[in-house]
Design a protein around this ligand. Structure first.
Ligand code: DQQ
Length: 463
């Protein structure tokens, strides 16, 4: 069971047991961070969805709390308490979420005790009777709720047959009474979008950002644009994370005014392996989100992550010779952080090998490829689990260095590149000696400008 599963992350949040998907209800309440999540406590497979709950003082060290919301007794596997948010309703903590009963998705609210531990579904649920009339919709679920003047606004994720994904916009004088205002946005961001899951909408840098998890793309994207007269007009389209292993992110603003995003890192191993392990799913590191002048999102790990650092290993600047792999003999581990700056020089590809066995029969490679300008995680030899290689666009301007922050956490490799490109992959090395690190350059010479690494501490005390 879970106790001897070498793939259980040490500092990324995981459920105590069973299944976890989307982060929900992220909020800082009386100074403490609360995270709820889609959870099946019975087994490591989606179904009978509850809201799990954990609390933290620093976004990193989490303590489990009792389950917050449960499906109705005896309900079928597909019913349950699906994704939503937490808001402060004039001092009353309130969850706005999708309750699924007999397969029907409807907006519900639940009010909480002041410690956020006990929740009561409101007797006047559902608070909206169904999707807007006269439309053929695929799905009516997942919520983003905010204050506008002295009213509430809410969007609900959906799709309209023939038109693409959609967000329905509502206004509320209270969280119980909602009036439909129209479509905030509709269309296709991936290809032939059928449904936009988990919309997250917020103002940043004088513009608005709409984060979506479109189906069938199954990957988180963002749109940046203008929000006027109840419509959102996208101007810029970006990728939240280049990998489908990162999905359904949600963000919130903490008491320091920082916008913090967390995404679900789903497993990339078989359902049987997940069931045997007894747990499934992790959360990404908390990411700070701001808008750059060029309209792209700046995404960086929250500085609290640095409190995990222990032993520090550095490397002096040196050349990375063409077509050689230079092992870093003093750096081994499956819970490490690397911060490095590399001048790609004339190399066609440059990168870092992680979780490598001594002769690199097994390895996971983080690679920057000059042409077509992308970052990829090559997991063709990572071990068991998926062997495809997720990638994200990354073009360096002339003279610009490659700037990488890499977090390895047993079965997770999470990469932040140049402050705006993120790429995460789940990997499952099979050998006990797959813990090496190396640098390499291909088809040309590159230059290591700086290299710092830290061994990181395990803080998820999971048995
Ligand atoms: N997960 C939830 C839905 C959401 C989906 C159900 C995204 O509310 O649309 O567990 O992963």
């Amino acid at each position: 069971m879970t106790s001897n599963d070498r793939y259980r992350p040490g500092y990324h949040f995981t459920p105590p047991a069973g299944w976890m998907n989307d982060p929900n209800g992220l909020i800082q309440w009386h100074g403490r961070y609360h995270m709820f999540y889609q959870h099946n406590p019975h087994e490591a497979r989606w179904g009978f969805i509850h809201w799990g709950h954990a609390v933290s003082n620093d976004l990193i060290r989490w303590t489990d709390l009792p389950i917050a919301l449960a499906p109705e007794p005896g309900s079928p596997r597909g019913d349950g308490c699906w994704s939503g948010v937490a808001v402060d309703d004039h001092g009353i903590p309130t969850l706005v979420y999708t309750e699924v009963r007999n397969g029907v998705q409807l907006p519900y609210i639940a009010t909480g005790s002041d410690d956020l531990v006990t929740w009561r579904k409101h007797p006047r649920n559902p608070v909206i009777p169904g999707p807007p009339e006269g439309l053929e919709v695929s799905g009516f679920r997942d919520h983003c709720v905010w204050r506008e003047g002295d009213e509430w606004r809410q969007i609900i994720g959906s799709g309209i047959v023939g038109q693409g994904g959609a967000c329905f916009l509502y206004r509320g004088r209270s969280l119980l009474e909602w009036e439909y205002l129209g479509l905030l946005c509709v269309g296709s961001v991936g290809e032939n979008d059928e449904m936009w899951e988990c919309p997250d909408f917020f103002a940043s840098g004088g513009r608005h950002v709409l984060v979506l998890s479109p189906l069938p793309l199954n990957q988180a994207v963002y749109l940046v644009g203008r929000y006027q007269a109840n419509r959102f007009t996208p101007e810029v389209h970006g990728t939240v994370d280049g990998s489908a292993d990162f999905y359904a992110p949600q963000s919130f603003v903490d008491q320091q005014g920082r916008r913090i995003m967390v995404g679900w890192l789903r497993e990339a191993r078989s359902e049987t392996a997940q069931l045997n392990a007894g747990w499934s799913g992790a959360m990404s590191l908390p990411r700070l989100i701001t808008l750059r002048a060029d309209g792209r999102l700046r995404m960086t790990p929250a500085p609290e992550v640095e409190t995990l650092r222990s032993a520090h290993i550095t490397h002096a600047p040196h050349d990375l010779a063409p077509d050689t792999v230079a092992a870093l003999d003093e750096l081994h581990g499956d819970m490490i952080e690397i911060a490095t700056t590399i001048d790609p020089g004339t190399a066609r590809r440059v990168g870092i090998t992680l979780l490598a066995s001594p002769n690199r029969e097994e390895e996971t490679r983080v690679i920057y490829e000059r042409l077509p300008g992308r970052l990829l995680i090559d997991r063709t030899r990572s071990g068991s689990g998926s062997s495809d290689s997720p990638s994200v666009a990354l073009s360096l301007d002339p003279g610009e260095m490659l700037d990488l922050r890499i977090f390895v956490d047993r079965s997770i490799v999470e990469v932040f590149a140049n402050g705006h490109a993120c790429l995460t992959a789940r990997v499952y090395p099979t050998r006990s000696d797959s813990d090496g690190v190396a640098l390499f350059a291909e088809n040309g010479i590159a230059h290591l400008i700086s290299f710092d690494a830290w061994l990181l501490s395990a803080v998820m005390k999971r048995s």
